[in-house]
Design a protein around this ligand. Structure first.
Ligand SMILES: Cc1cc2nc3c(=O)[nH]c(=O)nc-3n(C[C@H](O)[C@H](O)[C@H](O)COP(=O)(O)O)c2cc1C
Length: 196
């Protein structure tokens, strides 16, 4: 089957929440960010902006992951079974020791619907996630930074900017192999049949 490697890559990807301490070579990071920027976007506005946090910036960022946990903790305590709850709490406190955290932003445009702009950024994020997988890296996309977006904007000096935070992504070499999270079988509705 043509493109079988891509299908395998898509099936193999997991959200990774524990990373090896190994640094990611800069050319590898450049490649996955370039792949992100080849995503389709509404009106080809390429409205994504990526902030790549490494070293002391990544270390300083941890405090926001921890603050986000304080917002989400009451809900997750009820939703998750105890072992998963503890694992998740540790992830928020350490980000799984990921050496790189990427913050994805959207640049609003007067002629672009906000939802379309958001979708374009997520197209780029998915490219990045799959390119990372192809490089032997693991990632975890996180909506949780939105809980403390104003503080993160100040951290990046964006408090007077129009940019809107979309998500965070941890990146690093995986230190665990989580099982596949099950997929629901009923998410596709087929209408009619192709004419032969
Ligand atoms: C928009 C979005 C937001 C997410 N937010 C978080 C998050 O804040 N923290 C986290 O640990 N995982 C987060 N995830 C990862 C999901 O939990 C994960 O994709 C899902 O459980 C399926 O597992 P898999 O990615 O291993 O297939 C997020 C994923 C997406 C797409």
């Amino acid at each position: 089957m043509p493109g079988v490697e891509l299908y395998e890559l898509i099936r193999k990807r997991r959200s990774i929440r524990q990373y090896k301490p190994d640094a990611i070579p800069h050319p590898v990071l450049e490649r996955i960010l370039e792949a992100a920027c080849w995503a389709p976007s509404g009106k080809n506005l390429q409205n994504w902006r990526f902030f790549v946090l490494q070293g002391p910036f990544r270390d300083d960022y941890l405090q926001y992951a921890q603050k986000a946990w304080l917002h989400l903790q009451p809900v997750l305590e009820k939703r998750l079974k105890p072992s998963l709850y503890q694992f998740t709490e540790r992830f928020f406190y350490t980000l799984g020791e990921a050496p790189v955290v990427i913050l994805a932003y959207s640049q609003p445009h007067p002629e672009e619907n906000n939802q379309t702009a958001l979708g374009s950024v997520y197209m780029a994020v998915q490219n990045l996630v799959l390119a990372a997988e192809a490089e032997g890296l693991g990632t975890c996309v996180m909506g949780s930074p939105l809980e403390v977006k104003d503080e993160i904007n100040r951290f990046l000096g964006l408090e007077h900017s129009e940019l809107e935070l979309v998500c965070g992504i941890t990146v690093g070499y995986p230190a665990h192999e989580p099982p596949a999270a099950p997929r629901q079988p009923d998410r596709v509705v087929w209408l009619g049949q192709a004419q032969s």
